[in-house]
Write a protein that binds this ligand. Sequence first.
Ligand code: PGA
Length: 244
Amino acid sequence: MKYLVFETPLEAERYAANRIAEIISFRPDCVLGLATGATMEGVYAELVRLYRARQVSFHFCTTFNLDEYIGLPPHDRNSYHFFMKKNLFSQVDLEPDRAHVPDGCAADLAQACAEYEEMIRKAGGLDLQLLGIGHSGHIGFNEPGSAADSKTRVVELCEETMRQNGIYFDAARGEKMPGRAVSMGLGTILAARELLLIATGSRKAEIIRKALQGEISTAVPASLIQRHPDLTVVLDREAAAKLA
Ligand code: PGA
């Protein structure tokens, strides 16, 4: 495991974006596993900047996102389809038919999950999986208790995640956070050839300590990445504050 601790969130986000750009420059047709969440907004903003400066092109890349809420259509402002379109897909030259986000509105969710796994396999597997971490210790929406070999499937969101992400849903506008999602599994994530986890801010310090220096256990799903042979963890000073 390689840890990198930066003074500010911006420096951490820039490092992560530059690592992604570097992978693309080595292999323009790489397969990237992408993530959502507030932390990723800065990473994607930097990637867009690099694209505009002609330092990276996504033209030959294929991408697979980690997760999506069940029941939110792509045009819903809280959906991860919407997030990705706004923050990355509409801003760069990625081919729309190679940019995949799980379908949270499929009539047959189990089949859609199996097809998602098959698409990743057919693409040759993930060269890199970008990860955030939730307060519950989730990566993707793999909540505590998720099996280490789990695949893309329907998951129930835990209370901690409902609290963490509930703030984005505006009850006054009739928005309600779904309690279920489709998520890539821990097995799918761990099979990626490289993992890049980024976390910033003091609110992540405790879960970062547990995930990186605690016992490896499905009670803290992110702790399983400790076993990955090619893991880079990018932190700011505040998120790293509780590490030994
Ligand atoms: P955040 O989410 O970037 O909004 O903190 C990370 C996560 O829950 O995976």
